[in-house]
Structures are given as C-alpha cells and as structure tokens.
Design a protein around this ligand. Structure first.
Ligand SMILES: N[C@@H](CCC(=O)N[C@@H](CS)C(=O)NCC(=O)O)C(=O)O
Length: 221
C-alpha cells in the first residue's frame, strides 16, 4: 500500500488536514513536530520549503498548504463526498470558504505570535494585538451571518471538507475572541468539536500544545 504521512504540530493549522484525514477514513502515519525547534532545517525543507506544517506525503507526491492539500484529497478520493466538484452548484461557495479559512488564519497567526510565540512582554505590541483582535471579530461576523439561517454546516447540503478548514480557524479564534456574541458560530464550533474526527485530532494528554491557555485576553485600550 502507498505510504501516506502527515507532518503535524498539535493545535496548528495542520489540524485541518488531520481532521480531514480522519473524516475521510484514510489510513496514514502521523509525524508530530515540535514548535520549540524550528522546522526550517534542510531535512524538513525538502518536504515543506518554508518549514511549515502541514506537509502531506502521499506516495511520491509531497504537498504543503492546507487549502491545496484539502483540494488534493477531495479530488483524489471523491467517494468520501467531502468536495463539491463542478458542476455542483455549491462548488464556488465551497472554494470561497476554503480560502476564507486562511483570511481568518492570518489574524490568528498574528495573535499567536504576539500572545504565545513572543514570550517577553517587550516584544509584543498591544496596538497590533487590539487591532488584530478587532479584525478577527469582523471575519468571525461573516461566518455568524452565513450560519444565521440555522444551517448546521457552511453549505446547505451539509458537512464538507471546508468545515474542517474553517472549523480549525474558529477553534483557534475562540482562544482570542469570546464567542458569546456569535451564537450561531459558537453552536457550529460545538457541533464540529463533537464529531469523532475532531476529538481524535486534539492533542493527547501530556502533548506539547500550541494553546497552553484556554483564553488569551486582549490588552485593554
Ligand atoms: N498557509 C499555510 C500556513 C502554514 C503555517 O504557517 N503553519 C504554521 C503553524 S499554524 C507553522 O508551521 N509555523 C512554523 C513556523 O512559522 O516556523 C497553510 O495553511 O498550510
């Protein structure tokens, strides 16, 4: 059987791919990397040139970028039913949300840098933290509006791979923005987190977590 390996860091964006592989029921080996050491080394850069997770090895093919990996997996394994290939009327909506996961992801990444990666107070910028928190709230508002009609998942046809990409972004965002003001989004996140695939993708006890705290409050002002 063809070897399939996912390179992952607990609670990082590679969680999207991990959840997706579990949802699809595809066999794979998991290699977990630590963020305490840089991934920017010659060995790993052969798989992911910027030294980022995820990277997926699937036989002879190696891919980085969560969005690309999602498209690759749903295209190669259409029987899993998690893509919406043309001429599906929801195809472009599916593509739009797939990319929107990274619009959320960019604010999330900046907040992770300022709250978590920069360990010394003097390195952090309260202005950037406040600004990015507001911008994160704004993009979460877009999801809240999309879910307002009571749908369970982002597409009216039901669960799809974009819920694994957006789902991780909302999981991460909830560490920086309280979801009390986003009722539909909060219910969406709870619904996703109750799925066995998401549960399985959470860090096991004792693992090195990205989010050591449940919530990182924005500095006042
Ligand atoms: N747009 C990329 C982002 C990948 C990315 O930046 N991953 C982060 C973890 S969330 C990483 O590997 N960071 C390690 C580093 O920057 O050294 C994707 O969606 O795959």
């Amino acid at each position: 059987m063809m070897a399939r390996v996912l390179h992952h860091g607990w609670e990082s964006r590679s969680t999207r791919t991990l959840v997706l592989l579990y949802e699809m029921g595809l066999p794979f080996d998991l290699v977990v990397h630590s963020f305490r050491r840089s991934l920017y080394n010659d060995d790993y850069r052969r798989l992911s040139p910027a030294g980022r997770v995820p990277a997926l090895e699937d036989g002879d093919r190696v891919l980085f970028e969560t969005g690309a990996i999602t498209e690759y997996l749903v295209t190669c394994y259409p029987e899993c039913g998690l893509g919406r290939p043309l001429p599906d009327p929801e195809h472009w909506e599916w593509v739009q949300w797939l990319h929107f996961a990274e619009t959320i992801g960019q604010h999330l990444a900046t907040l992770v840098q300022h709250h978590i990666v920069m360990r010394q107070e003097w390195m952090r910028s309260p202005t950037v933290m406040r600004y990015e928190t507001l911008r994160l709230q704004r993009v979460l508002g877009v999801l809240e509006q999309a879910l307002e009609d009571g749908r369970d998942y982002l597409l009216t046809s039901g669960f799809s791979a974009i819920d694994t990409n957006i789902g991780y972004s909302v999981y991460g965002a909830a560490h920086f923005v309280r979801l009390d003001a986003f009722l539909h989004l909060d219910a969406y996140l709870q619904r996703l987190m109750a799925r066995p695939a998401f549960q399985k993708a959470l860090p096991p006890a004792g693992a090195e977590r990205l989010f050591e705290r449940e919530f990182y409050a924005c500095p006042d002002g």
